[in-house]
Write a protein that binds this ligand. Structure first.
Ligand code: GLA
Length: 390
């Protein structure tokens, strides 16, 4: 699960015939609370997973970007950096290519690179495997080309790669989480101005665990559901004369709902405004040393995503319901929804019981066996080897 620098370097050497100049890793994430708030200038609270994408990279200045991954047949894909254009690469290479495109669009000199990637972040599970790939690539190029960009700037460019090059209309949460999370903390991020704070999150010390339940129902954010929700939020904000739903205070919610013309916009606004409030509540509880008490807030978040925002699905509802019935303190879907993963906060002593109960419930319902694992707040993106860039 933990990134392995030497095997990534070994794969690179097999493909490119020389050792890489360096090896970088960027993690996937799970979001504790604050869902569908990041494109509403609101609050999010992700933590980095131990699962990461590792990129072994060397600089080259002949204008070629050569991309390889383990298990990719037929050798590396070779692209010319000066002809990269949005929307033309239908596979994983769109992410690193998009990062090079975004860096060059922003005026940075990136002549080319050899890149070989391996990843332990489950793809399509709502755990930000794409952001991990983008951020690992961006961090490597930042070092190798001595671009001097901050993590915030790198995350912003990675989001641009995802939005404008790959064509997925995501917010900034995933890239910021991968770039800026730190071990032992959950990242309290204000997506309006990227102001952030690392909130201590040592569940083990409190006798607790956070379980991730990957339903193995693949979600695809490029599908219409995500964009539709975004559009409803934009319409609701406009109908309220606000720049974003972030501007609607929780105390003003009833009044705002009364001014919205239809149920669809009312539901969208209610989710976003109450979700921002839930993030603040979770921060207060964690700061007060009361991690057990966030359970009901997580439950309320799930209800809001299921009933108001309507981005859950039967597998996510079953995962959270079975976890709660088996003693979880709280459980909710996490990430964009329509599949992907749920999380459950459990007493350490009941982690196995909860995992078994969820797996049993999936078997009884005839669903695919879910993947259940513990999320320990891990390090954000970093260079793994000690080498000095050439
Ligand atoms: C996906 C997007 C994020 C965010 C979440 C929902 O993960 O990539 O930007 O919008 O959905 O919170």
């Amino acid at each position: 699960m933990n990134p392995d620098s030497s095997s990534a370097a070994g794969t690179f050497e097999q493909v490119f015939g020389a050792p890489p100049q360096g090896v970088w890793a960027a993690p996937g994430r799970v979001n504790l609370i604050g869902e569908h708030t990041d494109y509403n200038a609101g609050f999010v609270m992700p933590l980095a997973l131990p699962h990461a994408t590792v990129a072994a990279v060397s600089r080259r200045d002949d204008g070629v970007l050569a991309l390889a991954s383990d298990g990719m047949p037929g050798g590396p894909a070779e692209l010319r950096t000066d002809t990269l254009a949005p929307g033309v690469r239908p596979d994983w290479t769109a992410y690193p290519a998009g990062v090079v495109w975004a860096l060059r669009e922003a005026g940075h000199t990136v002549g080319g690179a050899c890149v070989s990637v391996t990843s332990t972040v489950p793809a399509g599970a709502g755990l930000s495997s794409s952001a991990a790939l983008e951020v690992a690539t961006a961090l490597a190029l930042n070092d190798l080309y001595a671009l001097g960009l901050t993590r915030e700037e790198l995350a912003t460019l990675c989001r641009r790669a995802e939005n404008a090059y790959v064509g997925v209309p995501s917010g900034i949460m995933d890239q910021m989480a991968s770039a800026c999370c730190t071990a032992g903390h959950v990242l309290h991020l204000d997506t309006r101005d990227l102001i952030r704070r690392q909130v201590p999150f040592d569940l083990a010390a409190a006798g607790l665990r956070l379980l991730v339940i990957d339903t193995r129902v693949t979600h695809d954010l490029a599908d219409g559901g995500y964009a539709e929700r975004r559009a409803a939020c934009t319409e609701a904000a406009a109908a309220l004369g606000a720049g974003s739903l972030r501007e609607i205070p929780h105390e003003g919610l009833a009044d705002a709902l009364g001014r919205l013309p239809d149920a669809r916009l009312r539901r969208a606004a209610r989710h976003v405004v109450t979700e921002n409030r839930r993030v603040e509540r979770v921060v207060e509880l964690l700061d007060a040393g009361r991690p057990r008490d966030i359970g009901p807030v997580l439950d309320a978040g799930h209800v809001s995503l299921r009933d108001d925002f309507r981005v859950s699905c039967p597998e996510l509802d079953l995962a959270t319901g079975a976890a709660r019935a088996a003693g979880a303190l709280g459980a909710r879907m996490t990430g964009g929804g329509f599949g992907g993963s749920a999380l459950a906060l459990v007493e350490a002593a009941s982690a196995e019981t909860v995992g078994r109960a969820v797996t049993g419930a999936f078997a009884a319902a005839g669903y695919r066996t879910p993947r259940v694992f513990e999320a320990v707040a891990s390090a954000g993106a970093r260079r793994l080897d000690a080498g000095v860039p050439g």
